[in-house]
Unconditional design. Sequence first.
Lengths: 325, 478
Amino acid sequence: MIAYITRRLLYAIPILVGVNVLTFALFFVVNSPDDMARVHLGVKRVTPEAIQKWKEERGYDKPLLYNEAAAGGARFTDTIFYEKSVKLFAFDFGRSDQGRDIGYDISTRMWPSLAIALPVFLMGLAAYLTFALLMAFFRATYVDFWGVVACVAMMSISGLFYIIGGQYLIGKLLSIVPISGYDGGTDAVKFLALPVIIGVVGGIGANTRWYRTIFLEEIGKDYVRTARAKGLSEPRVLFRHVLQNAMIPILTGVVAVIPLLFMGSLVAEAFFGIPGLGSYTIDAINSQDFAIVRAMVFLGSVLYIIGLICTDISYTLVDPRVRFE
Amino acid sequence: MPFKLEVLWTDALIYLLLVVVALLVRHVRRHEHLVAPWRKVARSASGMAAATVLALFIAIGLSDSVHYRPAIEVRDGRTIYAVEVLSLFDKLVGKLRTQKAKTYSAPLATHRYSKETIELPDGRQVRDYPRLTYGGAHLADPATQWGPDIARRCLYGIAGGALIWLVAAALLCALLARRSAQDTGRVWRALWRGETEIPWRAILITLAVMLAVGGTLVALAAKYHVFGTDKVGQDVFYQALKSIRTGLVIGTLTTLVMLPFALALGVMAGYFKGWVDDVIQYLYTTLSSIPGVLLIAAAVLMMQVWIETHPELFDTVLARADLRLLFLCVILGITSWTGLARLLRGEALKLRELEYIQAAHAFAVPHFRILTRHILPNVMHIVLIAIVMDFSGLVLAEAVLSYVGVGVDPSTISFGTMINSARLEMAREPIVWWSLTAAFSFMLLLVLSANLFADAVRDAFDPRIRVGRSVRLAARNA
């Protein structure tokens, strides 16, 4: 098992290198640091001295890949590529374009993101599984038919409408909870209630339908027919056999998402004013802060790859037919 | 010439797409085994009803993709054309675009949304809601005449729609009767009981609802702002109809960009295996490990910087907005080919072990020929399912991206920009709800019909479901 994990981690390294090179190319090759400075300072009336000063403050005045002016090893390390991209591997995110320490910001802002994402994930999973099981139990009846109709309708509504509608209905009309904002500690519950509920409701359509498909595929298999023929009641067949075997594809799909919970939902955090990593990224995009966007892209890739490795490990744990090779 | 045709980048690509689709349709019709799944799609009632609605949206989108510049005057023998670029759709709706109010107004309102100081004829000044310039301007006394006028227009609209529907139904009946050599009465009864092969009853009912609603909207839009006006006074109904084209463009052009990458790379990875497979797998794992929204945001940011530092390439605001829309489609396409490539790689891995491929190898058929002649036609069903299922997802994604700020240009009218500006209006007192409702309704209609149609296509083309159905049919007939 340890050998398998180490092998997967080693395989992840070239991928992270590739991600790094790709984001470097995207940020620095498509537009030169001069262009970025010009956009930040105003395109038309900016002096070359101001551009140079802007670049010096942020370390963009060095050559891209290879510094001929330096000596020895510094030829490669005194470049933008090393300073900005390679250092990401050490999780040294550097400073944002406004001068703040990105690493510190990330470590403080990931907790509010988690505070929303984790309850949405857990409660959502429970809700979707319940609905999907109900529809699978009553398959080929009107419950199933109207359930699917409702799912397709809910799937077709954009997440934005759920957020705006939910904020209006519950926050403004009924005034049960505040519309947006965040506070640490015990007060957090009244701020988190609305985003969590909307997050769960918004995902009902697509997820319930997906789980229902998996359950129905499982119910069509031979061993279920045998179990019924042996006289087991339908609920027992469902909970004892179908659910456990259907959990394999469900779980593996779900485990991949868990590390990404840290990143937070970009849209939900912006609408609800939650100071998490999602709103951090959106603010960076709006203010064209390239350093933060770079750091978040790298962080997202690392978490995704961890999720993939966890998925493969959970495959082997849950399904006894799959073994490491 | 009274106008000069203007072909924008997205227009050119849409025409190209139309040509490709026409060629494909001609190719499919000649082969029975390719037509069979489409016949199955045609037999699904929900799919056909959704297709009727989609046909209307596509018609609106296509008419909005023919752009021209109207001529202003002729001077010294040369015609001078306006800088403003209009579309065929703009010409058809005419007054809907030009009749703007000054600021907000509620749907079907005769007065403006906010109070202003009005000067009365006898010199006094009073603060009241002023009458709109165009909305309900034909009413002399809005208080009493508004209700009956609205009711009368609705009736006219529904009557007009019903008339068109009767004509269409009669034509359909006559066509079916001639083709099956039966009398129209019997054809009509069979149609109404839902016994025909193609679900004409569902299609006619959908058409009836569409014509009734459309008729009322057209009748009301002649004299009122049906969905109200937004902050700068533009008719919200007009905005919603224009957004349809943006949504359609994003849904289709992204697929056009994504297909070559996904097809070529996915099939090659599965067919050649070895180092080609490793390289392509590394490529799409790297690309898919970057969070989607972030990658798109980063790419759009870079594109924005590029556009701002090269302003000399764009002569009109519309050209710039159009190019940004095109770049957005390209970026979305480049970042979303990985999912389809993975599916195609799996399918190609399975196909290359089949016997006729091995026979082709034995006959020294070149690889490229095997790929195009044998592998590619057999993976087309996966491609088709992916295309139709991704369409609705792309329309929804555009709304989110425009909210984040990395979507279309703010001057382009799209569902995303409508929602973005409508969101802040909800906080006004009294609440401005009509922009959001209009965007919501139209977007829901488009995405829902796309989803239903995609479901019908998937049910017809997915081999697993096909097998299950034929087994069940055999069991039922046995």
